[in-house]
Design a protein around this ligand. Structure first.
Ligand code: ADP
Ligand code: MG
Length: 340
């Protein structure tokens, strides 16, 4: 075969392989866009675990009608304009590939009205084929509808699980978001029924959200962590060792507000718990690490599940020392017990 340039739709479908794994990844991308647009309230309607429908409605800044086609174009973003911007990026998105990817593997609709505009507009995209922008009444903010995910990619559709399973992946992601953003109201409905509601009046340092998301037991045993030094800040909650888990299912880490998995930090936490936790048991925590964005690379993975620290040793030691100190009283209690 001769070498040829692939058509845009196919390029987007290939990219979708990295960004869109399942309905939960679509929910993540759409809700993150809503947050980047300054939304205070996000409504998420799902049908059949998101496979049939995902609709995300926000009250954020909106998109101008003539920019709707750009929003679904590859590598088009309003969030960065230069490498400098990328290095200090504060938004959740910046790659400009989520909407084009999602729109290339679903029946897609984007409707929006900007704060300062009189009228709203909508754009339909079917399996990557763009329609025309048409006027459409819309409250301030944006609605994105994603129907029949992977309807045109049978190989991917085959990997979708039962409705229940897909829904639980969505709920898990929403839980991690709700922990980080108690200031945003989140409403979820499934198959026409209200399924979950997180009120948007929470305060970050209160344990209400912990209680709501991770349950009474975690909240009851939560130790507040708050420590700064060497340009780093770590805050949040760790559970007292008496509250521990069989798996790593309650380990939430956020780096500059972004929910990530990081082996380096997970290891530091584990070490801090080493002498107070039974072998094989897992600690539970909700930790927010904040540091100069120029010292973390968030552009490691298309779905941004991972970050890379410039000084990973420093981060490791900071986390370890902070948590080791936070657990000191527990440790003292333990040795008093064993001495008695
Ligand atoms: P990225 O988030 O990386 O910029 P996306 O493909 O997710 O890329 O979105 C493309 C662009 O569309 C965004 O940069 C933003 O300008 C616009 N956009 C997407 N969703 C929304 C929304 N809910 N509200 C306002 N603007 C949005
Ligand atoms: Mg985005």
């Amino acid at each position: 075969m001769p070498i040829r340039q692939l058509p845009d739709t196919l390029i987007n479908q290939i990219a979708a392989g990295e960004v869109v794994e399942r309905p939960a990844s679509v929910v993540k991308e759409l809700v993150e866009n809503a947050l980047d647009a300054g939304a205070r309230r996000v409504e998420i309607d799902l049908e059949e675990g998101g496979i049939r429908l995902i609709r995300v409605r926000d009250d954020g800044g909106g998109i101008a009608p003539d920019e709707l086609p750009l929003a679904v174009s590859r590598h088009a973003t309003s969030k960065i304009a230069s490498l400098d911007d990328l290095e200090a990026v504060a938004t959740l998105g910046f790659r400009g590939e989520a909407l084009p990817s999602i729109a290339s593997v679903s029946r897609f609709m984007l409707a929006s009205r900007r704060t300062d505009a009189e009228h709203g507009a909508a754009l339909h995209v079917d399996g990557g084929r763009l329609g025309e922008v048409a006027p459409k009444p819309h409250p301030q903010g944006t609605t994105v509808e994603v129907r029949d995910l992977f309807y045109n990619v049978p190989a991917r559709r085959k990997f979708l699980r039962a409705e229940r399973t897909e829904l639980s992946h969505i709920e898990e992601w929403l839980r991690s978001l709700a922990l980080a953003r108690p200031d945003v109201e989140l409403r979820v409905s499934h198959n026409g029924r209200p399924a979950r509601r997180y009120r948007g009046d929470g305060i970050l340092a209160s344990t209400d959200r912990l209680f709501e998301t991770l349950g009474e037991e975690f909240a009851k045993h939560a130790l507040r962590v708050e420590h700064s030094g060497a340009g780093l800040r770590l805050h949040g909650w760790i559970a007292q060792p008496v509250y521990n888990r069989a798996s790593a299912d309650q380990q939430y880490l956020y780096v500059n507000g972004r929910s990530v998995r990081d082996r380096n930090v997970a290891h530091a936490v584990k070490q801090a718990y080493a002498d107070v936790l039974f072998h094989g048991r897992q600690p539970a925590y909700v930790l927010f690490l904040e540091l100069d964005p120029r010292t973390v690379d968030v552009n490691v993975h298309p779905a941004k599940h991972e970050v890379r620290f410039r000084e990973s040793r420093l981060v490791h030691d900071f986390v370890y020392r902070t948590l080791h100190a936070a657990l000191a009283e527990t440790r003292a209690g333990l040795s008093a017990e064993s001495a008695a």
